[in-house]
Design a protein around this ligand. Structure first.
Ligand SMILES: [Zn+2]
Length: 136
């Protein structure tokens, strides 16, 4: 069974594909050298006692992209996390894309969103275009 999912994929994220489908907490930085890791969110990044990164500053990311099941849910999620972007869609960068895709559900994220490894891109929209088309 294949469901359709919606994700806002930022311009500065690695290319959208199954190899790069790892997620990290909102606002944390991915390891540019290894998409399976992100910045440690539990210590300043240099604490050898830290049980998450052991002083390396990098912790394991979770498999799958954070995403939601419908355009409405994605809009509601972005209203909570990125109010500025919803209020003024023109602040989005040209590469910030809403990606509609199919894939395999592999888990749930920190805010209970879906974590999905993509198999197929169905559609891509610029953020402003997406907001305009989702307006009630
Ligand atoms: Zn740490």
């Amino acid at each position: 069974m294949s469901e359709t999912y919606y994700r806002l994929h930022w311009a500065d994220c690695p290319e959208f594909n199954s190899d790069n489908a790892w997620s990290k907490p909102w606002g944390s930085r991915a390891n540019p050298a290894d998409p399976t890791q992100h910045e440690c969110s539990c210590c300043p990044g240099d604490d050898p006692e830290c049980r998450w990164c052991e002083g390396t500053g990098w912790m394991e990311a979770r498999r799958g992209y954070s995403c939601l099941e419908s355009a409405e849910e994605l809009m509601a999620y972005m209203r909570g996390w990125a109010k500025d972007l919803v209020a003024d869609p023109s602040v989005a960068r040209p590469g910030d894309q809403v990606i509609v895709f199919r894939g395999q559900l592999v888990g749930r994220g920190d805010t209970d969103e879906y974590l999905v490894v993509p198999t197929e891109i169905v559609a891509q929209h610029g953020w402003a275009e997406f907001v305009a088309s989702s307006a009630p």
